[in-house]
Design a protein around this ligand. Sequence first.
Ligand code: G6P
Ligand code: MG
Length: 218
Amino acid sequence: EMEGAILDLDGVITDTAEFHFLSWKRMAEEEGIEFEREDNEKLRGLSRRHSLELILGERIDEFSEDEMERLMSKKNSYYQERIAEMDEDDMLPGARELMEECRERGMQLAIASASKNARIVLENLGITSEFEAISDGYSVKNPKPAPDLFLHTADKLGLSAEKCLVVEDAESGIDGALKAGMMAVGVGPEDRLDHAHIRFDSVEDVDLDEIIERDENL
Ligand code: G6P
Ligand code: MG
């Protein structure tokens, strides 16, 4: 029996991937760092620091700790300019319905996001009060793909791992959910999420009956 739905934020509830990309790109251009759209896919679900490390690649040795802090805070200020413009209309299609369906089945709802901006985004979407627990980029030390954020969230809900399902759009998020011993539901393409217990092309396609049936047969 599923008693908790732990949802990722960026890419599941709302599509902020483009804002993250544009903000990294703007910073990178100003700093003479190469960063192309193709490289953005890899950043999905990764912490701010891990993202910067991937963007810098082999050039990482050229940057001191202080420099890296400066680049991250620059990117973040550009990102915050973007999310300041968000409102209730920026939910991904199907996200509100998925939350309602989970509720109708008596499940608790939680957010497990790697983002330190998660609370601002939830506020702007007007859905903060919909969740029993909100975990974000400040909640645990080890980011996804570690299971820590999911385990921490289940703990806040007072649920054991096997009573929770996780909805994730990122490879690293599915990794973390699997390691946490939870039902791992992927939303997005097969090549990114073929390790999920069950996968749907988009949030709109997520079918709770199918998830529960699959869970009972695991
Ligand atoms: C989410 C996004 C990532 C982002 C991370 C950290 O997981 O999918 O692209 O890097 O959050 O976001 P932050 O707002 O803390 O920089
Ligand atoms: Mg995500």
